[in-house]
Design a protein around this ligand. Structure first.
Ligand SMILES: [Zn+2]
Length: 189
């Protein structure tokens, strides 16, 4: 039975790099993969999966109304990969689980678990509930401890605690933080 995989991590945990590595490994063996990313993520251009290291490649995009149906998947697809999977909704995660379990397409989803307020993204909550296998991709805070949260900062590096869950682009950016920093704005001494 194929599985739905949920591989989550904070900012800069190497999620996209891991995705591109999986794609490369399949393609090296002559197998084809489908790569999806969120339509709202235009950091590297629409329909492009990119990393801070400069690697990038084109991808299909998904929006809240995208439907994932086995008839739309090329039959030679060896694996379906999702970047920014936190932006999937509950229905879409259920559809992807069915693609894996009922139609034999392995689906690997990479994304953030929680937003800058410490609340679950809809896709992350659904993936945590339905995925057959869950794995955390670890990254470190500036203090060297594990970073499991994301904080939003403005162009001056000052923390922003209010606002919409989704704000890609603009002046705000996201930084991975340890739990102590998330709650107190300071890392533990
Ligand atoms: Zn820290």
């Amino acid at each position: 039975m194929a599985k739905l995989f949920w591989r989550y991590g904070a900012m800069a945990a190497g999620k996209t790099l891991a995705l591109l590595g999986v794609a490369h490994n399949y393609e090296r063996l002559g197998r084809s993969v489908l790569i999806y990313t969120a339509q709202l993520d235009h950091r590297y251009g629409e329909g492009v999966v990119g990393t801070r290291l400069g690697l990038q490649r084109p991808a299909r995009t998904f929006a809240p109304d995208t439907v994932f149906d086995a008839v739309d998947m090329p039959t030679d697809t060896a694996c379906i990969l999702f970047d920014e999977a936190q932006f999937l909704n509950r229905r879409q995660v259920s559809e992807l689980h069915r693609l894996a379990v009922l139609h034999g397409f392995p689906v690997i989803c990479y994304g953030l678990r929680s937003d800058f307020r410490g609340e679950a993204f809809e896709g992350a909550a659904a993936l945590a509930t339905l995925a057959d296998q869950v794995e955390e991709l670890k990254t470190v805070c500036r203090c060297g401890r594990k970073a499991s949260f994301n904080i939003r900062v403005d162009a001056q590096g000052l923390r922003i605690k209010e606002g919409e869950q989704v704000s890609i682009g603009g002046d705000a950016s996201y930084v991975a933080a340890c739990p102590h920093q998330f709650y107190t704005d300071r890392c533990k001494d």
